[in-house]
Design a protein. Structure first.
Length: 256
C-alpha cells in the first residue's frame, strides 16, 4: 500500500472566501504544516512582513476546542454583555470582535479584577505525572501542530491584547483569563520573553533572538503556578526550555 504524500504547507492571506472567518484581527491562515519547525518558520515570515502593522501571534493546538472554550469564557465573564445584535446586525461579527476586545482590555485594567502574581500560587495543582508531561512536550512539539493555524496582528505593545481577542480559560480546573493574563505579564516583563501564542491547552512564549534565559527563575515561577516543586522531571522542563528557547505552560488539561 502506497503512502499518501503529505500536503504542502499553504499560507493564505485573509480575508479569503475559501477560509472560515476567525477574527477581525486574523491576517493569515497557515494550513497543513508538516511539523512545528515548519509552522514556526511560516509564522516568522508573516510576522516580519507585517511588523510595521503590529505584533503577530499564533493559534496553536486544537483550534476548534480553543474557540469553543473562548466563547464560553467570554460569556462567563460578561465580555460580550451590552452587545446588541438588533443594532449591529447578525452578520456584523467584526463589531462583536471589537466589543469583546475592548471589554477584555477594560476588565484587565480594572484593579478589582487584576490577579497579582502572588495570587497565582498553587493556582493549578499539578501532579508529578503532570510535571512529567510538561517536560515531555519539549520532545514532542509537533503535537502542537494542527491542520490549520491562524496569525493575528494587533497594533498594540501589550501582549495581553492577544488574549483580549480570544479570551480563554473556562473549565473549573483551568486558569481563567485573568490568571492567564497575569502569567503573560510575568513572563514578558520579568524575563523578557515574547508571547508566541495560545492553543486549547498551551500558552507559549519564546526567547527573543540573542537574549539569555533565566531558566532557573522561569522554572521556579512555573512551580509557583503549578503548586509542585517536587516532581522528578522538573529538570526535563528546564532542559527543554534551555534547548528550544520556548516556555510552554498548560493552562488547561496538560494536553490530554
Amino acid at each position: 500500500m502506497e503512502e499518501q504524500e503529505s500536503q504542502p504547507i499553504e499560507i493564505v492571506q485573509l480575508p479569503d472566501d475559501d477560509v472560515s472567518r476567525l477574527h477581525l484581527m486574523a491576517t493569515h491562515g497557515i494550513f497543513d504544516p508538516d511539523d512545528f519547525e515548519e509552522l514556526l518558520g511560516a509564522f516568522d515570515e508573516i510576522a516580519v512582513a507585517q511588523e510595521s502593522k503590529g505584533k503577530s501571534y499564533l493559534t496553536l493546538d486544537f483550534l476548534s476546542q480553543m474557540l469553543y472554550t473562548s466563547g464560553h469564557a467570554a460569556d462567563k465573564h460578561g465580555f460580550e454583555d451590552g452587545f446588541d445584535w438588533s443594532e449591529e446586525g447578525e452578520d456584523d461579527l467584526d463589531a462583536l470582535d471589537l466589543h469583546r476586545y475592548h471589554a477584555v482590555q477594560k476588565a484587565f485594567a480594572d484593579p478589582a479584577l487584576k490577579v497579582e502574581w502572588d495570587g497565582l500560587q498553587d493556582a493549578l495543582h499539578a501532579t508529578d505525572e503532570n510535571v512529567t508531561t510538561l517536560g515531555e512536550i519539549y520532545d514532542n512539539l509537533d503535537s502542537l501542530v494542527d491542520p490549520e493555524h491562524f496569525v493575528l496582528c494587533i497594533s498594540s505593545d501589550d501582549p495581553r491584547d492577544f488574549l483580549a481577542c480570544l479570551p480563554n480559560g473556562y473549565f473549573a480546573d483551568d486558569l481563567n483569563p485573568f490568571e492567564v493574563a497575569a502569567i503573560i505579564e510575568r513572563m514578558t516583563t520579568s524575563y523578557g520573553l515574547s508571547l508566541l501564542g495560545m492553543g486549547a491547552s498551551t500558552l507559549a512564549f519564546r526567547r527573543p533572538p540573542g537574549a539569555e534565559l533565566d531558566v532557573a527563575g522561569i522554572v521556579s515561577d512555573m512551580q509557583h503556578v503549578y503548586g509542585n516543586n517536587t516532581g522528578a522531571d522538573w529538570h526535563k522542563v528546564a532542559a527543554g526550555i534551555a534547548a528550544t528557547g520556548l516556555v510552554l505552560f498548560s493552562y488547561s488539561g496538560f494536553w490530554e
